[in-house]
Write a protein that binds this ligand. Sequence first.
Ligand code: S3P
Length: 449
Amino acid sequence: MSAHETPMPMTSHKCGPLKGVAEVPGDKSISHRALILGALSVGETNITGLLEGQDVLDTAHAMAAFGVGVERLGDGKWRVHGVGVGGFAEPDAVIDCGNSGTGARLIMGAMATTDICATFTGDASLRARPMGRITDPLALFGARAYGREGGRLPLTLVGAKGPVPVRYKTPMASAQVKSAMLLAGLNAIGETVVTEAKATRDHTERMLAGFGAEISSEKTTDGYVITLKGQPELLAQTIVVPRDPSSAAFPVCAALIVEGSDVLVPNIGLNPTRAGLFYTLQDMGADLRFENERLEGGEPVADLRARFSALKGIEVPPERAASMIDEYPILAVVAACAEGTTTMRGIAELRVKESDRIDAMARGLEACGVRVEEGPDMLVVHGMGASGVPGGATCQTHLDHRIAMAFLCLGMAAKKPVSIDDGGPVATSFPTFEPLMSALGANITRDNR
Ligand code: S3P
């Protein structure tokens, strides 16, 4: 089973201004991909700035189980001795992906066109998430999956013996599905073509190109068409992982809602497929600036400066959803503190994340005295504005790190403390959240019940 078993209740108390510099950890999406592509390349890939959250550590262990040499050299410094495309060995034990949908789905893609068999499991959250969205299209390559209803974990994937290339249009906006198909396409002779109607995060495409794969992306009337030539020799790389905009979202949003705050969050990856939250916050009237904008390792990067702001509710453009899909929990908290109503539409995918995030946010905000409305693919939050969010409740986090961090941020601004049933999962993506927020001035306590 996964590392985290005993719930860790926590409480966040109203605090004074948040001030200082928040050095958030490396990007989770890019960290998973650096390990997996390093594993599929020939030679030694050196990574710095790797997120050492549990999700990524689980992917590192998985790579080792597939016969890849994975070494930790120091804080965030890792070396991967790749086995080349098609070079995975058959693991002799079950692969436990913990809480990570990205880990599970990308690794399934990476092994699906190699003639080996592997069994995957994860924690209670991951075992409840749909895997058919991955195993159905991987079957087109010739892979076979034997899992629970809906393809749920635990499941066994038998890789294709003579994989054929595939043309596939993703039925939902999912970078995990797109990436699993591209990683599988690596070991199929010929061109694998993946089309997505809406652009999702493109780290896999960028990194594949960086490792030397022949890959192109074209915008057509049908959407974004990504074409990958199979069986390239991927060459080991040096990778500097930018800091995670999805983690930066927490200190940035906390600064916006806690009176008097002024926080600098340096070196944040601002890939346009990830930065939607920051534009949405600006639309709400946030005093949020991008300073020192530059390019690092092919990714746009900037320092974010956030100051307390009088925010107003808005209609969040649904076409922005994919570029801020992980940020809706913290946006819902910001919306609760804003004046007026914030409407978030086109967010059905939130129902199949680490938890049903629409439901988790709606119930927690209601418990804290905020009026919300919810639909199958939408959430409406009626902001409390100057009168303030009452708080004074315990919110259920359902093994979801982002729900946990969102409600801890709410507690920093609410009139009465906000508690969460379990802060353990925060370590999956942002292990330094608690000391980092405390150093800025937050007052978070662990409740030993
Ligand atoms: C991710 C893709 C997104 C996101 C997840 C990370 C990735 O999931 O929610 O946290 O690294 O590819 P979906 O592909 O399911 O939208």
